[in-house]
Design a protein around this ligand. Structure first.
Ligand code: B1M
Length: 210
């Protein structure tokens, strides 16, 4: 599809309005919202990530790409959330302290809402108190944590250790995710599960709630 290739280029160039317009066009062509999300937006962001890693793109450019991506996601959000499914559980989710990446977390929130979960989004840079106080106040079932940096992922263990120390660990299902994590890390820090992507997060959450 020519338009998808164009969208990958436009995302790379951080062209917000072009991304919004193309997102609408794909929807008008009867593309499922989830397909637009994965094929046009997430796949495009992968190229940005690779060139960021390789020193071809820098923070200002990546920030523009991220903003363009978010604009596309904002159009898809109501469509993905529109299932009208009965509420199956409640999740508090946030990016951990020291980390400001939020695209992946936002995607997980959107998909969880679409699957009928109630989601309380704590945003970015969350200290342990934010997770625990909110989970308690909201009577949540699930605590979700996101980290995109190797330097911030150890903070997930701080949150889990604090839950244990306060005698609250068994009250919550703890799910973790983010590009630098893996299954082994999830186990090592005592999370209930590591979720590779947003779809896996939904499936895993559903399994735990069943
Ligand atoms: Co940053 N950054 N960044 N960045 N950035 C990475 C993560 C990096 C891998 C780039 C690279 O070098 N290749 C690298 C980390 C290296 C490392 O730690 N080993 C990096 C770096 C170094 C940095 C800075 C330190 C750069 C600097 O300042 N020198 C800085 C850190 C700032 C900070 O946090 N303190 C920084 C800043 C930024 C921007 C602000 C420019 C921007 C963020 C904008 C924003 O989020 N609003 C940014 C971006 C966009 C990226 C990349 C390019 C893309 C991340 C992304 O949005 N991916 C990223 C490269 C990469 O990941 N390949 C990179 C798309 C998203 C859909 O995927 O987030 O993986 P992801 O989420 C997935 C899954 O992981 C999973 O589901 C999601 C959907 O399928 N998932 C969960 C995620 N969270 C979950 C939680 C769950 C479940 C599943 O809970 C239940």
């Amino acid at each position: 599809e020519e338009l998808v290739a164009q969208m990958h280029d436009d995302l790379y160039d951080g062209l917000k309005e072009e991304i919004e317009e193309a997102t609408q066009i794909l929807l008008a062509r009867d593309w499922a919202p989830y397909k637009v999300l994965t094929v046009a937006l997430v796949a495009g962001m992968k190229v940005v990530g690779d060139d960021f890693r390789d020193g071809i793109l820098f923070v200002p450019e990546v920030l523009l790409a991220a903003n363009a991506m978010k604009a596309g996601m904002a159009i898809l959000k109501p469509l993905l959330a529109e299932t009208g499914a009965p509420k199956v559980g409640k999740m508090v989710i946030g990016t951990v302290k020291g980390d400001i990446h939020d695209i992946g977390k936002n995607l997980v929130s959107m998909m969880m809402e679409g699957a009928g979960f109630e989601v309380v989004d704590l945003g970015i840079n969350n200290p342990v108190e934010n997770y625990i106080e909110t989970a308690e106040k909201e009577d949540a079932d699930i605590i979700g944590m996101s980290a995109l940096l190797t330097t911030t992922m150890p903070y997930m263990k701080v949150v889990i250790d604090t839950l244990v120390a306060e005698g609250k660990r068994d009250k919550y299902i703890v799910l973790v995710g983010g590009a630098p994590l893996n299954e082994e890390f999830g186990k090592a820090i005592g999370a209930d599960a590591y979720c590779r992507d947003a779809a896996v997060a939904v499936e895993t959450a559903k399994q735990f709630m069943a």
